[in-house]
Design a protein around this ligand. Structure first.
Ligand SMILES: *Cc1c(COP(=O)(O)O)cnc(C)c1O
Length: 343
């Protein structure tokens, strides 16, 4: 028997819903390089308003948006501070050095999150010219490799204070920021007040086929179009895609609780299994767990693959499942059952 594929590798695997497709088909478009695409303009306006920030700019990918932000904040030979698991450091192809000529000071944080004290300790003394000049702090919320962990907002405020005292910029890689906001019932405005720039992926839990918005303060954003152009990210009638992003931002945040609930149930089921060593705390839509015998990783993945269930290996014995809107109640019931069947 052939099973339907249940894809838990990432929340990027979703396909547009019929309603989203309609919004895409009906989008009014123009040449966005001339800033004449009304739908892209609408999305950018909506995103900036949502976070109560000055400006937003649509990018094809989250990596490009983060890389542009880093470029806007820094000069070559400077250094940014981030967690050792940060996406900007690990999963953007070395772009920090390639695009900006900047190095990363890696902090040994907790599930991808760092503290104000750690930021303070990792700032190079500005008058010590042997060391790179520290100019930027990059946070991630939720954390990807950290299993969808969410920052305590009070900690973010403390980090902002350290940045202010030391003249550092503060960027948020908010690929899954809407998951954090939904899970902790936070106000997007609060993020807009604290960060100089932030990115939000439209192609993860929000379900659009592509796109990320970079949102920020005017002083920084005035050069953003130029940097996007340099990186090859100027696009034409891309309003068809922006319409999907706008639709997701407006309609899919409220349903994220469902993804989070299912992730919690997966985590609970895993905890009950004797073959599981440890499950990371599950706060949003990412479940990270370790097998009792790490050498059985391939066997485990294959057991599920043969039954149509896909998940990802993250190295160091880590396995990951990510819930999303194409993961239905029926699929969930089946995965819960299969988790009991492996031994
Ligand atoms: C997915 C992701 C990004 C952006 O990735 P792209 O594939 O380039 O869109 C950035 N940061 C984090 C934490 C992510 O999970």
């Amino acid at each position: 028997m052939k099973y339907p594929i249940i894809d838990l590798r990432s929340d990027t695997v979703t396909k547009p819903t019929p309603e989203m497709l309609t919004a895409m088909m009906e989008a009014e478009v123009g040449d966005d390089v001339y800033k004449e695409d009304p739908t892209v303009n609408k999305l950018e306006h909506y995103a900036a308003e949502l976070f109560d920030m000055d400006e937003a700019l649509y990018f094809p990918t989250g990596s490009m948006a983060n890389q542009a932000a880093i470029k806007l904040h820094t000069q070559p030979a400077e250094q940014l501070i981030c967690d050792k698991w940060a996406h900007v450091y690990n999963y953007e192809g070395g772009g920090v050095s390639f695009n900006s000529g900047v190095s990363c000071k890696l902090v040994d944080g907790n599930r991808g999150m760092i503290t104000a004290e750690q930021v303070q300790e990792n700032i190079n003394p500005p008058d010590f010219y042997h060391s790179p000049l520290t100019t930027l702090v990059c946070l991630e919320n939720t954390t990807n490799k950290g299993g969808g962990a969410c920052y305590d907002f009070e900690e973010i405020k403390r980090i902002r204070k350290v940045c202010d005292e030391n003249g550092l910029g503060l960027h948020l890689d908010g690929a899954r920021l809407m998951n954090a906001i939904a899970a902790k019932k936070e106000d997007p405005n609060a993020y807009g007040k604290i960060f100089d720039t932030l990115t939000v992926c439209l192609s993860k839990g929000l379900g659009a086929p592509m796109g990320t918005v970079l949102i920020g303060k005017k002083e920084l954003m005035q050069n953003a179009m130029r940097v996007r152009k340099v990186l090859g990210g100027g696009m034409r009638q891309v309003g068809f895609m922006a319409a999907a992003g706008l639709f997701g931002l407006k309609n899919h945040v409220n349903r994220m609780g469902e993804d989070h609930h299912r992730a919690t149930e997966l985590a609970k089921k895993l905890e009950e299994q004797s073959y599981v060593l440890k499950v990371e705390p599950t706060e949003t839509n990412i479940v990270i767990f370790y097998l009792q015998q790490s050498h059985r990783e391939n066997e485990f993945l294959q057991f599920f693959e043969e039954r149509g269930v896909r998940m990802s290996a993250m190295g160091q014995g880590k396995l990951r499942m990510v819930t999303h809107y194409d993961y239905t109640g029926d699929m969930h019931a089946r995965v819960l059952e299969l988790l009991e069947n492996f031994e």
